[in-house]
Design a protein. Sequence first.
Length: 199
Amino acid sequence: MEKGNLKNGQASKDLVMLKNQKASDDGIKDFFIGRDKSNRKTQGLVEDTSQVLGEEVAKKQDLYEKSLEINSIPSYVKPIYSGVFLTARRNKLVENGVYLPTASFGKGSDTDMDVDFSDKQIVLACGQHAEQVAPGMEVALNMDNFKKRLEGNMAQKVNKEFTYELPIEVIDGVEYMYISERDIKYVSNTNKITIKNPQ
């Protein structure tokens, strides 16, 4: 059989038929998006990854900037017992227009984009049994308290992968952290920042 005839062989015809079937199963629009990506090969994947990363960085940078603006908690919200409301400041991703490597690789042995939130936060309100911190103090969190092993599949178990599940509370569309005083590792700055509506 000649080389020219290989393209028109039964296998090629079956492949075309399968692709057409996939088009009707997945929907025409999704099929053509997939087809365009496969036509672009590696370049398409690089472009897609760069676009996704760029959009993610822009979004997270915006969240970072907004998180720095929080300096109060609504007056009708009161923590109980040893509960402590903190800001939910995020980690910086961009400095002078340059993407920071630590934003994607974490600190030390952490390899994550999950540590979006800074380990240093400002105390906004304290429950009546929280004795060692006060509104306005900057505190360092014991991040190990929020570490959770991932065991969804064997690779995660073998590699001992983990994620952080921070106790984020959204009140009136604003993110706060609500922790116990035991989740605080130490007070990192006793120079109190003025807090609106201190509890």
